[in-house]
Write a protein that binds this ligand. Structure first.
Ligand SMILES: Nc1ncnc2c1ncn2[C@@H]1O[C@H](COP(=O)(O)OP(=O)(O)OP(=O)(O)O)[C@@H](O)[C@H]1O
Ligand SMILES: [Mg+2]
Length: 309
């Protein structure tokens, strides 16, 4: 059973005469981590601010847990927990006191609930230290605990991994996945990194210049047979290698250099390419995947045989 927690329909926003968000529509279900992926300036923060009620849309609808934000603002907001950028915390107070003060803003948040959310974000052992002694990752986790106190059905996090180190990112990722998959919260996270989204999300919406290019499951995005990527084949015999590859992979052959040649090919063809070259006696020093940029990811989504609705 699908339980739609967030519905966005034809959302629009302009700043001055510039249209920043152009008729965006998508749904987020309970129990999924939904990624909002796009380069700097794409309109991620603007969209999420409208969902969080900080910014008024020019057109379209936002429905949270069945309640339209325009007509039932308070009820809709009651289902939402969100953090934009850094959470505001009192630096000279402990994590526990910060949570208690925040809890007063909501009805019925008990001390037990405070301990429960602290455990969810892995901070139960550190609650009595002052916030100013926390690392950035710990502050983020207290911010997350705050957002969870009133049991929101929808959690919105704008670039939550900004500034975190790899270990911090991994911990946050695990927390968010657990919240979605075990507590059935609908979690929305934005990012400009596809690689990060792949590890964290169940589905990803790609936004570019204020327009939604498409929504894909991670499985669709990572289906190797449908994606082509540029690989650099390291060999002193680039010319010979190119001739061997030409009949089957001619269209993908890119630049030849002293280091080797670049070949654009579907990832599931790479083993066959290596076998072919090795069989023909070409010396191979390595095959590296050239980092695919976000633009490549967009191209894969828009032009790689996937239909955009
Ligand atoms: N208050 C504002 N007034 C005018 N223009 C704005 C305002 N806020 C955002 N913009 C513009 O809207 C566009 C989208 O900005 P937004 O912050 O939503 O992008 P983003 O996807 O969150 O980018 P980033 O990855 O850098 O956070 C940008 O071109 C930005 O300059
Ligand atoms: Mg932003």
């Amino acid at each position: 059973m699908m339980d739609t927690i967030l519905q966005i329909r034809q959302l629009e926003k302009s700043f001055g005469r510039r249209k920043i968000i152009d008729k965006i529509s998508f749904d987020v279900q309970a129990g999924e981590v939904f990624g909002f992926l796009g380069p700097n300036g794409a309109g991620k923060t603007t969209t999420l601010k409208m969902v969080m009620g900080f910014l008024q849309p020019d057109g379209g609808d936002i429905v949270i847990n069945g309640f339209d934000l325009k007509r039932h603002y308070e009820t809709a907001m009651g289902s939402l927990g969100g953090i934009v950028e850094n959470p505001e915390l009192y630096q000279d107070l402990s994590g526990r006191v910060n949570l208690k003060m925040y809890a007063r803003l909501h009805d019925g948040v008990t001390n037990d609930r405070i301990m429960e959310v602290a455990a969810m974000v892995g901070m139960q052992g550190r609650l009595d230290e002052k916030v100013k002694k926390y690392s950035l990752g710990m502050k983020q986790r207290i911010g997350l605990a705050q957002a969870l106190l009133h049991r929101p059905k929808l959690l919105i996090l704008d670039e939550p991994t900004n500034g975190l180190d790899p270990a911090g990112i991994r911990e946050l990722r695990d927390i968010l996945k657990r919240l979605a998959h075990e507590e059935h919260v609908a979690v929305v996270v934005s990012s400009h990194l596809l690689s990060e989204m792949q590890l964290m999300c169940d589905r990803v919406a790609i936004i570019h210049l204020g327009r939604l290019l498409g929504v894909r499951t991670i499985r669709e995005l990572t289906d190797l047979s449908r994606q082509t990527t540029v690989y650099r084949i390291l060999t002193p015999e680039a010319q010979a290698a190119a001739e061997i590859l030409r009949p089957a992979y001619g269209e993908g052959i890119g630049e030849l250099s002293e280091q080797g040649l670049d070949l654009e090919v579907a990832t599931d063809r790479v083993p066959a390419v290596i076998r072919l070259l090795a069989m023909k006696g070409v010396d191979l020093y390595g095959v590296t995947r050239l980092e695919s940029s976000l633009e490549d990811a967009f191209l894969q989504v828009t032009g790689g045989g996937l239909n955009i609705e």
